[in-house]
Design a protein around this ligand. Structure first.
Ligand SMILES: O=C(O)CCC(=O)C(=O)O
Length: 353
């Protein structure tokens, strides 16, 4: 354990710096600067004044513009009772299990006309958490901006030129995210270099470097899915059959006041370790979120009740850094760290998480 703690310290001292502030650039870097100062050291940054020329920044604040532009296609909307899709939630199977079974819950995904999606997202924005019936988040992550939203394509650049040149490729996927403050994205990591542009509202990020993998207590959870009935306006949560396990981060960084103490004692490496990078990306800014970094995302809406972002996923290099991170993750179960963990479940390093 001491050795792994020393690694957290070294990474911060030698590469990331000891501040939890993220580096901010007032103008786009040259491809060479971006490669040298951020991609190679696998270090995040926020870039301002890189997308001021995108028509999206002004035209997407008008509902009429958006609904007329996408009048003929249906879009995928992720529905949950609480805004927590792809997250660890309790599974109530009517059996008094102690501790209660937890599962990895996926949203109910529905195709609907864009105007309906927009009004659903906006209407739940003004509800208090206790009155919520359904939270809608347009967050289909399969290159949806270039398929479902292709009519909006000319409002943004098709790629981020200085990033494409530095990375030596074009984006593998471009995604659109439209949500409100009830939706949050739980801690996870992606095998992509991510250029994340906020168009409207604000996104609040927590980031931890890949070397902090043990602090997130990755465990295997049974996969479950929400189903939503339009008639009853009720959700049901069912376990997938046959059972499928999903390796996912156990830590909820914002526990409720009632559960805070128990969460802190279950996950001491997270709550007592070095602070995560915590920052807000505002409309008009781009975040560079390097591959394999763990991220948790919340959002604050604009005055129309929504947050809109477009992100560009570029393939990462499966190079020596990737090999080191995999090795680090795999030594978890065999290390002394195991003794300090809450339970004996080990993360599944072959799972692709
Ligand atoms: O905006 C969000 O809710 C999540 C973004 C994210 O996880 C990503 O871009 O990889």
């Amino acid at each position: 354990m001491k050795e792994i703690e020393a690694l957290w310290r070294d990474v911060r001292e030698l590469s990331l710096g000891n501040s939890v502030r993220i580096e901010k650039l007032e103008s786009p870097p040259t491809p060479l600067q971006f490669l040298r100062d951020f991609i190679s050291p696998n270090k995040p940054c926020i870039v301002s004044n890189a997308i001021n020329h995108w028509p999206a920044l002004s035209s997407w604040t008008h509902d009429d513009y958006l609904t007329q532009a996408i009048s003929s296609t249906h879009v995928s909307v992720h529905l949950t009772p609480n805004g927590r899709a792809d997250a660890i939630v309790p599974f109530n199977n009517n059996q008094a299990e102690s501790p209660p079974l937890q599962c990895f819950a996926s949203a109910h995904v529905e195709l609907m006309p864009f105007a309906e999606a927009l009004s659903l997202i906006t209407s739940s924005s003004s509800e208090s958490s206790s009155n919520l019936k359904v939270v809608a988040y347009a967050q289909q992550q399969n290159d949806c901006f270039r398929s479902e939203y292709s009519e909006l394509g000319s409002d943004c650049d098709p790629h981020i030129p200085w990033a494409s040149e530095a990375l030596g490729c074009l984006p593998e996927a471009v995604n659109l995210w439209i949500g409100n403050h009830h939706s949050q994205t739980s801690f996870h990591k992606d095998h992509y270099e991510n250029l994340y542009a906020v168009i409207s509202g604000e996104k609040h990020f927590l980031l931890l470097p890949p070397t902090d993998v043990h602090r997130l207590y990755i465990r295997n959870f049974p996969a479950a899915y929400y189903s939503y009935s339009r008639e009853t306006k009720e959700f049901t949560l069912e376990l997938e059959k046959p059972t499928r396990y999903v390796p996912w981060c156990s830590v909820n960084p914002y526990p409720s006041p009632e559960s805070k103490e128990s969460e802190m004692s279950k996950f001491p490496l997270y709550f007592n370790g070095p602070e995560p990078f915590e920052f807000t990306v505002k409309a008009g800014e781009i975040l560079y979120l390097p591959s394999m970094w763990f991220h948790h995302v919340r959002q604050s809406p604009d005055d129309r009740g929504r947050t809109i972002a477009v992100n560009y996923w570029y393939d990462m290099q499966f190079d020596i850094k990737y090999a080191y991170f995999n090795f680090l993750q795999s030594i978890h179960c065999r290390s002394n760290l195991k003794a300090t963990l809450h339970d004996n479940q080990c993360e599944d390093s072959d799972s692709g998480f």
